[in-house]
Design a protein. Structure first.
Length: 144
């Protein structure tokens, strides 16, 4: 009785998989982190008597505050490349007539930084989100 020789299995190369690049949204912790940042940011900014009336008025009306938080959460999620679509007006239109100065924006930005430090957001992702957010200043600040 003769045994047939075993034929080797043909070599099929495994293609190298491209690494999956996470969006900034995923790297900062997604919607859970964004909501935490927005809640903390609103607490800080609304308590600042140095900011213009547009911030303080929102803090005294629960409906306005809720709408603001929802819109800002949508905006940040979209800014970070998340699945949420920002449903508000473009930034220039949304902030027109509010009298937001460069100093107001800078104060708000400092609170934004402080709020992000309250989360466990990785430093690199935090820096990226700050850089993207800083680019909105031109659209938000009122030109006199």
């Amino acid at each position: 009785m003769s045994v047939a020789p075993v034929q080797p299995t043909p070599f099929i190369p495994i293609q190298t998989l491209e690494p999956v690049v996470q969006s900034l949204y995923d790297r900062i912790g997604g919607m859970v982190t964004i909501r935490r940042v927005v809640d903390d940011l609103c607490f800080r900014a609304m308590d600042d008597v140095g900011l213009r009336t547009w911030v303080r008025q929102t803090s005294t009306d629960p409906a306005k505050l809720g709408a603001y938080k929802r819109m800002f959460t949508e905006f940040l999620a979209g800014l970070a490349g998340g699945p949420t679509c920002y449903s508000g007006e473009d930034l220039a239109t949304a902030h027109k007539g509010l009298g937001i100065s460069a100093q107001d924006f800078d104060r708000f930005f400092v609170y934004f930084i402080q709020s992000m430090y309250e989360t466990e957001m990785p430093q690199k992702a935090r820096s990226e989100l700050l850089a993207v957010f800083a680019m909105t200043k031109e659209e938000v600040v009122e030109r006199w």
